[in-house]
Ligand binder design. Structure first.
Ligand SMILES: Cc1ncc(COP(=O)(O)O)c(C=O)c1O
Length: 382
C-alpha cells in the first residue's frame, strides 16, 4: 500500500535553498532541474538528524554498508545479483563518469551518446577533452528508437566509450533486454566500454520492467560499468553520494587506484542517507512512483485539452516530460521564450543535443496545482 506524496505549498518550497528555488525571480514557476518537490522519506530525515545530534560530521572513509544496501536493493527490485564488494563510492554520477573516463582512457578518446540526452553528458566529456560522437535516437512522431546501424558504424570506427542513460533522460524510455543485448554484442565486438547511467532506474513505473544493463548477458557483464545513486529516486542530490561497479575483473582492477581518492569526495551524510534509502525506503519509493505516474497522466490530459497540437513523450520512468513545441508559434528555443512570456521555467531542449531544437523538458514531480498553473500560463504563448 502506498499513498500519494504531497508537495508543500509554493510559499514553503520557495524557502528551499536548492538551485531549483534560487535560480529564478519569485514570480517564476520553476519546473526545470531534476529534483522533486515532495518531502523526503522519514527514515532518511531521522538518520541524518541523529548524525547531527551526535556531531557525526567528519570525513567519509570505508563504507561497506553502502555496497551491501545497494546489492540487497538490486536483488529485491530487479532480481540482480551485485557483488557488494565490487561497489565503489564517490560524489555523484558526474564525478564517477569523469574519473572513470580519465582512468580508462586519454584525452581525445571518443565517446558515443544517443541524443536528445541529459546535457551533462556533453559537459562532463568536454571538461576532460573526450570528444562526443552523437548517434541520435531515431524519431517517428513521439516514438524514439535506437539507431543500431549508427552505433555499429561508430563503434567500428574505433570509439572507446559509450554512455547510455538507462532509463533515458529526457524521454523516460526503458530499453528492452533485446536492445541492450544487441548493444553489448556490438560493444564486445569492437572493444567499446559501456558506462550505463542508471540513476533514474528505481523510478520505473508500475507494470514496466527496467533491466539493469550489466545483467542482460555475458557480453554486457564484460563491457558494462554501472553508475547510479539514490539521488534522483529519493531526492538526495545535495547530499552528494553515488556508486559504480563492474563485473569485469580487469576493469575493476584498473579502477582500483581511483578508489581512495574519489571515495573521500562524497559526504558522510550522503553515504548514510544512501544506505537508508536503499534499505529502508521502499514504501516511500512506491509512493513517489504512484505520485509521478499520476502526474504524468494528468499532464498528458492537460496537454491534450489545452495544447492539442503539442506532442509529448510518454515516459515509462521518472518525472520528466519531453515536449515538442514545433507545431506552435514558439521558435527554436521554446523554454527561453516561455520564461520571458509566461514566467514558467522549463529546460531548454538545445543543450540536449541533436533533436533538441523546438523541444523543452518539463519536470512534473510537483503538485497537480502547480502543473495546471504552468499549463495555464503557457497556453496563451503557443
Ligand atoms: C541521467 C542522469 N544522470 C546523472 C544525473 C546527475 O547525477 P549526479 O547529480 O549524481 O551527477 C542526472 C540528473 O538529473 C541524470 O538525469
Amino acid at each position: 500500500m502506498s499513498g500519494r506524496l504531497i508537495a508543500p505549498s509554493l510559499g514553503e518550497l520557495r524557502k528551499r535553498k536548492s538551485t531549483k528555488w534560487r535560480e529564478y525571480e519569485p514570480d517564476v514557476l520553476p519546473l526545470p532541474v531534476a529534483e522533486m518537490d515532495y518531502p523526503i522519506a522519514t527514515p532518511i530525515i531521522d538518520a541524518v538528524t541523529e548524525m547531527m545530534h551526535r556531531s557525526d560530521t567528519g570525513y567519509l572513509g570505508k563504507f561497506p554498508e553502502l555496497g551491501l544496501a545497494f546489492a540487497d536493493f538490486a536483488q529485491r527490485r530487479w532480481n540482480w545479483q551485485v557483488d557488494p564488494e565490487s561497489v565503489r563510492m564517490t560524489t555523484d554520477v558526474g564525478v564517477a563518469t569523469i574519473e572513470i573516463l580519465r582512468a580508462l582512457g586519454s584525452p581525445g578518446d571518443r565517446v558515443v551518446i544517443m541524443p536528445p540526452i541529459y546535457p551533462a553528458f556533453y559537459n562532463w566529456t568536454t571538461e576532460i577533452h573526450f570528444p562526443i560522437v552523437e548517434v541520435p535516437l531515431l524519431k517517428d512522431g513521439v516514438t524514439y528508437s535506437i539507431d543500431f546501424a549508427g552505433l555499429e558504424r561508430e563503434f567500428a570506427s574505433g570509439v572507446q566509450f559509450f554512455i547510455i542513460s538507462n532509463p533515458h533522460n529526457p524521454l523516460g524510455l526503458i530499453f528492452t533486454d533485446e536492445e541492450l543485448k544487441k548493444i553489448a554484442v556490438l560493444a564486445k565486438k569492437f572493444g567499446v566500454i559501456i558506462l550505463s547511467d542508471e540513476i533514474h532506474a528505481p523510478l520505473t513505473y508500475k507494470g514496466e520492467t527496467f533491466t539493469p544493463f550489466g545483467k542482460v548477458s555475458d557480453e554486457a557483464r564484460e563491457q558494462v560499468i554501472t553508475l547510479t545513486s539514490a539521488s534522483k529516486a529519493w531526492n538526495l542530490a545535495g547530499l552528494k553520494c553515488s556508486i559504480f561497479f563492474t563485473e569485469n575483473g580487469a576493469l575493476h582492477e584498473k579502477l582500483e587506484p581511483l578508489v581512495k581518492g574519489i571515495r573521500s569526495r562524497a559526504s558522510l551524510i550522503g553515504a548514510v542517507s544512501h544506505v537508508v534509502a536503499f534499505s529502508e525506503c521502499d514504501e516511500w519509493l512506491e509512493s513517489a512512483i504512484d505520485t509521478i505516474e499520476e502526474n504524468s497522466q494528468y499532464f498528458a490530459k492537460l496537454v491534450a485539452k489545452e495544447w492539442p497540437t503539442v506532442q509529448i513523450s510518454k515516459p515509462r520512468n521518472s518525472y520528466l516530460s519531453w515536449v515538442d513545441f514545433s507545431s506552435t508559434r514558439l521558435g527554436e528555443d521554446p523554454a527561453a521564450e516561455l520564461l520571458e512570456k509566461s514566467r514558467v521555467a522549463i529546460s531548454s531542449g538545445i543543450p540536449f543535443g541533436t533533436g533538441g531544437k523546438h523541444h523543452a523538458r518539463l519536470n512534473f514531480a510537483t503538485s497537480p496545482e502547480v502543473l495546471k498553473e504552468a499549463v495555464t500560463r503557457i497556453t496563451p504563448c503557443l
